[in-house]
Design a protein around this ligand. Structure first.
Ligand code: IFM
Length: 446
């Protein structure tokens, strides 16, 4: 049947999650400790001292999650693999029980007609590698290549879409500069070294994928941002460009073989542990770019200083905000997609995450009537349609998230799911947005 909303028939509508946020079973079946296990168990790092020890218990309830995806008629499910389930110490022979879990999950998805999109790394670095310097240490990139190879060997025949890692900006800067995420460091040089080694790991894993001969598409998922300029003044337009460097061009320039942005290198070049040949590895061609988009801010020019190396400041805006304090601006999704498509032309772009946290309330009849979330999804789906009309090669949209889960330093205090998870019983209960998304997938949501 043809879609009513004009989206291409082969446009992929999916849902995203990540392992630490949903799996639980933190010590089961030989799983090792990751930096997020350590961080969440350190007092006062996570709101309410929540941890991912149980999370949504998807390690045991994965069949329930697949049943939800099937009910939605989702085309794809983007999930991440826990490195420490596969290599508890981040190196050496794989843990068969960990491999079996992802094998079961992939087979279950395929049987349900939901395409598995496998992501190798969503921030949960093995603690054993952190103790040797984590992403500050070049060897971690080699260990990542080894781990990726294990996954290609064991599951490559059944997975057609792969991504190396999610939002390396967060792993580098929230993990090493602001300390909000694991491993919780506050050290600019460490963050810059992490940038290079994350990208090197990505490049090595991509190259290994190509050499494996697996038939499938390979990409990187970033969370780009280009705040809009507050005025039409040229200095504010330039501030908007500079404000986008660390979230956008720092990742896309090297991936596209243009090395690191000059402005970044002028300021931080001496921190960057680049060795001969690295930039070639990092720019191994990709099949697609994954874009995670949640909000758009506005900036104006400000004096450069050590604290403000790029010379911009955020200005007040009028938009409503989500429970994360993020501004709701659907047209910003069209803008960032067009910006990327124009500056870094690639064959395919996917929105690999988009969604909103709201303070959901369960009514007396047990139903969560999350009309704010429905409006949010509808606005952003429309923006995807607008981007396609403008010529962006946008091929799919993944909602964050299928179920309420562990939202990093906010613990379970922020809810992004279209399905609520009862924290006592772990029972899954679809919110109204679940039924809205089902209609959207069927072509009737706009
Ligand atoms: O929950 C996160 C996810 O892990 C990465 N992207 C942003 C989401 C919402 O904060």
């Amino acid at each position: 049947m043809n879609r009513e909303d004009g989206f291409p028939q082969d446009f992929i509508w999916g849902c995203s999650t990540s392992c630490y946020q949903i799996e639980g079973a933190a010590k089961e079946d030989g799983k090792g400790i990751s930096i997020w296990d350590t961080f969440a168990h350190t007092p006062d790092k996570v709101l309410s001292n929540h941890t991912g020890d149980i999370a949504c218990d998807s390690y045991h309830r994965w069949k329930e999650d697949i049943a939800l995806l099937r009910e939605l008629n989702a085309g794809a499910y983007r999930f991440s693999v826990s490195w420490t389930r596969i290599q508890p110490e981040g190196k050496g022979a794989p843990n068969q029980k960990g491999l079996d879990y992802y094998s079961r999950l992939v087979d279950g998805l395929c049987e349900a007609g939901v395409e598995p999109w496998l992501e190798l790394f969503h921030w949960d670095l093995p603690q054993a590698l952190e103790e040797k310097g984590g992403w500050r240490n070049r060897d971690t990139a080699m260990r990542f290549e080894e781990y990726a190879g294990i996954m290609y060997d064991h599951i490559g025949d059944r997975v057609g879409h792969w991504t190396s890692m999610n939002e390396p900006w967060c792993a580098a800067f929230l993990g090493h500069l602001t300390g909000e995420h694991a491993p919780g460091l506050r050290d600019r040089r460490a963050a810059n070294r992490a940038v290079h080694h994350l990208l090197l790991a990505h490049g090595l894993a991509t190259r290994a994928f190509r050499r494996s001969g697996i038939k499938g598409e390979y990409g990187l998922v970033i969370n780009p941002s280009k705040p809009r300029p507050a005025t039409l003044r040229p200095e504010d337009a330039e501030a908007s460009e500079r404000a986008s460097i660390e979230r956008t061009s720092l990742w896309l320039d090297p991936i596209f073989g243009r090395s690191y942005p000059r402005v970044f290198m002028d300021i931080f070049g001496s921190d960057m542990p680049i060795e001969a040949g690295d930039m070639d590895i990092i720019s191994e061609p990709l099949d697609f770019i994954g874009v995670n988009y949640y909000d758009e801010e506005a900036v104006r020019a400000a004096p450069c200083s050590t604290q403000n190396p790029y010379g911009f400041e955020f200005v007040p805006t009028y938009q409503k905000k989500t429970d994360m304090g993020w501004e709701i601006e659907p047209s910003g999704l069209r803008r960032i997609l067009s910006y990327i498509a124009n500056v870094w032309p690639c064959k395919k772009i996917y929105v690999t995450e988009n969604g909103a946290a709201f303070p959901d309330k369960q009514d007396a009849d047990g139903i969560v009537r999350d009309y704010d979330r429905i409006d949010y999804i509808k606005g952003h789906a429309n923006a995807c349609g607008d981007a396609i009309k403008q010529g962006v090669p946008l091929k799919g949209y993944f909602l964050w998230s299928l179920i309420d889960n562990f939202e990093w330093s906010f613990g379970y205090n922020r809810a992004f799911g279209i399905v609520a998870v009862d924290r006592n019983t772990l029972e899954r209960r679809p919110k109204l947005s679940f039924y809205y998304y089902r209609d959207l997938i069927a072509g009737f949501g706009l």
